[in-house]
Design a protein around this ligand. Structure first.
Ligand code: ADP
Ligand code: ADP
Length: 231
């Protein structure tokens, strides 16, 4: 479903050029739950931004279901971002002025859905993520775990093909982080491909497969225990 070919990206600050990705080749299949793991500075954010269509590589290609992203118009890129990819961020990125329910409904407003369809999808997500009892609360009234759970609901409510997460447990303690990782597994079991970027070994081990990044290179790939795979 996602293939990268010889991705190269560097950042230039004044006269200094910092390589972030060096010939990165990654293949992720439909329905997989993959962790892209590496220490700070290994290129995870650069890859997250490119795979999420928020940035472009200097060279190389990204294929999304065999479509080469570089060949897409801005309008098609926007449609992919809004309709096919759900995003989860380290700092939750919920809208403070909106309730849990309204935050979850947000991505549906960009799609061509009736009020009734939106309402049904939000109700299903509230049930799936067990958020019904806090549906009318605002983010500031919630724990970190509740906020990140809300953002997982928001990222998957429109049944995207792919959910991408950048350090999704970075602002949580390890118990809450583990709960969030299990929720990603559940999202994957519902047929959505999940890719998380993390510097936590504990989190990465919850995925089916780990792709290790170091200094902008893919260094190793390892299969996880078979029991982690969805049936
Ligand atoms: P993380 O390790 O959590 O991904 P970083 O500290 O690497 O976060 O990066 C946080 C933000 O700062 C990102 O938007 C990244 O693009 C930017 N950034 C990282 N390194 C530099 C740098 N050397 N100069 C300018 N911006 C940077
Ligand atoms: P990670 O997310 O794994 O921490 P990043 O993708 O943020 O890694 O960074 C990879 C490399 O690119 C690091 O050396 C970082 O300092 C550098 N970098 C990232 N963003 C910027 C930026 N905006 N300007 C300059 N250098 C950057």
């Amino acid at each position: 479903m996602i293939h990268t070919r010889n991705l190269v990206k560097s950042y230039r600050n004044k006269l200094v050029e910092t390589p972030a990705l060096i010939n990165v080749n990654i293949d992720i299949g439909d329905g997989e739950f993959v962790a892209i793991a590496g220490p700070s500075g290994s290129g995870k954010s650069a890859l997250f931004n490119i795979m999420g269509l928020m940035d472009r590589p200097d060279s190389g290609e990204v294929y999304f279901n065999d479509i080469e992203l570089g060949s897409l118009s801005e309008k098609d890129r926007l449609n992919l971002r809004r309709g096919k990819i759900g995003y989860v961020f380290r700092e939750f990125n919920l809208i403070d002025e909106m309730t849990v329910r309204e935050n979850i409904e947000l991505p549906l407003l960009y799609l061509n859905l009736s009020r009734k369809q939106r309402s049904l999808m939000v109700e299903e997500a509230l049930l799936q993520f067990k958020l019904g009892h806090i549906r009318n609360y605002y983010p500031q009234q919630l724990t970190g775990l509740e906020q990140q759970t809300t953002s997982l609901a928001r990222a998957s409510v429109f049944k995207p093909l792919l959910v991408l997460a950048d350090e999704p447990t970075g602002d949580l303690n390890s118990t809450d982080g583990s709960v969030i990782m299990d929720l990603f597994s559940e999202i994957c079991e519902r047929g959505i491909t999940v890719v998380i970027f993390t510097n936590s070994v504990q989190d990465a081990q919850k995925a089916q497969r780990i792709i290790q990044l170091h200094d902008g290179h893919v260094v190793t790939e390892s299969a996880q225990m078979i029991s982690n795979r969805p049936v």
